[in-house]
Design a protein around this ligand. Structure first.
Ligand code: CP
Ligand code: NVA
Length: 303
């Protein structure tokens, strides 16, 4: 049995297989209409979601299966009964657990006590299914992934960590351009860098905005992630130099702009860039559906 908890679980061939399968599902969805017939999943969210919830529910539906949404926004997992007991119950009924949680440890616990695949739909540390959709979008627009250079600008967060992990496995050069003290998780970065060494790509963390120059892809995300109550306005001064605006994008020479969304227009990205010719943010959002279909098929059916 396999899980998707961090993104480190799969090798390059497996990532490519997921991306291939997602592309095929996008081209010919009817071929897969019964792939999860009679199979199901619990979709558990401790935090809000538009894209991830919608696309996981639809992924089950499109594959002939069923996703049961469990709203945990009014009470974290482990409050009403232990996480272990929660998992033991659910695994008597469903074939997978999809979880958006505050703490990565919650997902690890579900995997420990459960008996079905667990899929990380965002935690404090990772957003692994998101970045699979992101790299699929890169491939669709640039025709390749390996050897591409992607710059992430802004707050080093769960999405940044996952871009590093999947990028290292897929052979992407990832530059994290973040203010001092706001970089990605150091342990995850170091582990990803070992993987990158074997893949022949480079990972970098810097606060120099000029390092965006020469990158084919520019990526940003919110300056304040879910679960952090810091007012966005209060960090604006610190992060504004890292904003994806027309001047920065032009000077970088980039070919593609990505954002996992939701966007805070006028903060990490301007309207001009988000609605401009290089932006593929809604392709990225669409690709969440195709990636989730491929992931559920792989993890539940074991293929
Ligand atoms: N990108 C993303 O995960 O969006 P949601 O928070 O709306 O699911
Ligand atoms: N870093 C953001 C991603 C949202 C999809 C957050 O965790 O809120």
């Amino acid at each position: 049995m396999r899980h998707l908890l961090t993104g480190f679980e799969f090798d390059r061939d497996e990532y490519q297989q997921i991306l291939e399968r997602a592309s095929d599902m996008k081209r010919e969805p009817a071929k897969y209409a019964a792939a999860l017939k009679g199979r199901s999943g619990a979709i558990m969210f401790e935090k809000p979601s538009l894209r991830t919830r919608t696309t996981f529910e639809l992924a089950f539906y499109r594959l002939g299966g069923h996703g049961v949404y469990l709203d945990l926004q009014n009470g974290e997992l482990g409050k009403r009964e232990s996480i272990g007991d929660y998992a033991r119950n659910l695994c008597r009924w469903v074939d997978s657990l999809v979880g958006r949680v505050y703490a990565q440890s919650t997902l690890e616990e579900l995997a420990t006590y459960g008996s079905v695949p667990v899929i990380n739909a965002l935690s404090d540390l990772y957003h692994p299914a998101q970045v699979m959709a992101d790299y699929l979008t890169v491939r669709e627009h640039l025709g390749k992934i390996e050897g591409v250079t992607l710059a992430y600008l802004g707050d080093g967060n769960n999405v940044t960590n996952s871009l590093l992990v999947a990028g290292a496995i897929l052979g992407v050069n990832v530059r994290c351009i973040c203010p001092q003290g706001s970089g990605p998780d150091v342990q995850i970065f170091n582990k990803a860098r070992e993987v990158a060494g074997r893949s022949g790509c480079t990972l970098e963390v810097t606060s120099e905005v000029g390092r965006a120059q020469g990158c084919e892809v520019l990526y940003t995300d919110t300056w304040v992630s879910m679960g952090d109550n810091t007012p966005l306005e209060s960090v604006k001064k610190k992060f504004l130099p890292y904003q994806l605006n027309a001047a920065l994008v032009r000077d970088s020479g980039a070919q593609l702009v990505l954002h996992c969304l939701p966007a805070h227009r006028g903060y990490e990205i301007t309207d001009e860039v988000m609605d401009g010719p290089l932006s593929a943010v809604f392709d990225e959002a669409e690709n969440r559906l195709h990636i989730h279909m491929a992931l559920l098929d792989l993890l539940i059916n074991g293929r």
